[in-house]
Design a protein around this ligand. Sequence first.
Ligand code: FAD
Ligand code: FES
Length: 509
Amino acid sequence: MQNDSGKTISIWMTTAEIPEQPVLTENTHADVCIIGAGIAGMSTAYMLTRAGKSVVVLDDGPIAGGQTARTTAHVSNVLSYRYYELEQMHGKEGAKLVAQSHTTAINTIEAIATQENINCDFKRLDGYLFPPDLKSIDEIQHELEAAHRVGLTNVEMVKKAPLTSFDTGVCLRFPQQGQFDPLKYLAGLAEAIERRGGRIYTGTHVEKIQGGLPARVETSSGKVVTADAVVVATNSPISNLATMHFKQAPYITFVIGAKVPRGSVPKALYWDTLDPYHYVRLQSIDEQYDVLIVGGEDHKTGQADDADARYARLQTWTRERFPIAQEVLFRWSGQVMNSDDGIAYIGKNPFDEENVYIVTGDTGIGMTHGTIAGILLTDLILGRNNSWAELYEPSRVRIAGVGDFISENLNVAAQYLEWVTPGDVDSVEKVAPGTGAVVRRGLTKVAAYRDENGTLHEHSAICTHLNCIVAWNSSEKTWDCPCHGSRFDTQGKVINGPAINGLAPVENK
Ligand SMILES: Cc1cc2nc3c(=O)[nH]c(=O)nc-3n(C[C@H](O)[C@H](O)[C@H](O)COP(=O)(O)OP(=O)(O)OC[C@H]3O[C@@H](n4cnc5c(N)ncnc54)[C@H](O)[C@@H]3O)c2cc1C
Ligand code: FES
């Protein structure tokens, strides 16, 4: 995350103190081993410890170091898909359960923050869904009717959102949404998990997961956790080679945070109905200023490298609608996993042993989906009935989602053509300091990064998941896989699954 001067910074990191955790240094056993200390893994660990289970959480970074640190943390029952679309994909009863589960998740976050005394700035506020122009109100009208059908009877159509700087036109008001500081929330969950005997190990990379009794989770240091059940909450599941990665697609989304005088823009959540859509909220930073956080401009991971243009378009969009916005203090991007049918996959890992569970595909709505995972996976592990289980079942196939499934997988198939194209440049001599490029070398391709001192770092450009060719992301300085969203740093280290292993170094170039 960078500010205008290119300094790496995070809006959340400025306020939250994430407690440091030890690295796993010995073999151990727990009732449940959870991999991933983002909102999904930590919510699940919290619910399980509250139910009396012993848990071990493993993460190769710090707590909340994945996409949870990059979220804009709208806590909402307004999803990326409209409720009338969710009705088509999941049926009328299914869409009701979507609304009910996300509403429960908002309430749960609020209740946990209160019960555990977590000072995470949780606030209730309204959300406004508005059309891209004043004339397109059909979608809003359809959505109002669908929202009422699924049980969100307090949603109402209003003449405009409460903004003075621009007229949204007729829009929907969704009451009782929320926002919070996700890092403060996860710091509080960590404290509550440990108070109940849960153990959290960070800096601990998981290499292999084997279900069965006991399940075995092997780490790169050779230490092993055995458990009665395993929850893979790595955002993109590392336990599943193919099935789940054909049912979801990785997208990079962009955010800017501009300074505005405190109180000049009413605090609420705002979204337009474009695809990709813009998402807006406010965060107070001091007595005088708020940050107006505006996101959008998504593209498929590894299939564009024009972040500056996207940030510029976000700025233009912001300044046209909020002329009061001053300098841009923050800008950052991150990855979301979009499922084929608009909701996450939460439950048993398909084609695996009975005691391996996953949560993935939250489609940019990770705060509530992660909390739903905590509730649902705890019930599944404890053998309790849960009326959401079928809805979120990872092995589900919804006929109405098949169109997206086909087009996303045709897109993935097309990426393999990169094996026969020339490189980005014809020689590593053309790779400037601080940049990277893919270079053809014989039958294969090399990911070449030249650091600021001029030293060249070469790795195989072949993604260790399913062999697509990675692409250079000049904004984040990462190698991004255009197929299923694995991402690697300039030293080839994996920073996003589904890949488990890093890019192979190229010896003796
Ligand atoms: C810019 C942006 C804005 C967003 N805005 C919103 C929003 O307003 N509202 C909302 O609800 N959602 C939003 N989202 C989505 C939300 O941030 C994510 O969906 C959510 O944080 C995902 O949480 P998670 O726990 O599944 O994954 P993560 O937070 O990514 O956690 C996964 C963890 O797994 C660990 N891991 C991975 N592989 C391994 C391994 N091999 N060994 C050990 N550990 C491993 C990682 O280190 C990581 O900590 C946004 C996302 C982005 C990028
Ligand atoms: S993420 Fe699947 S091939 Fe790279």
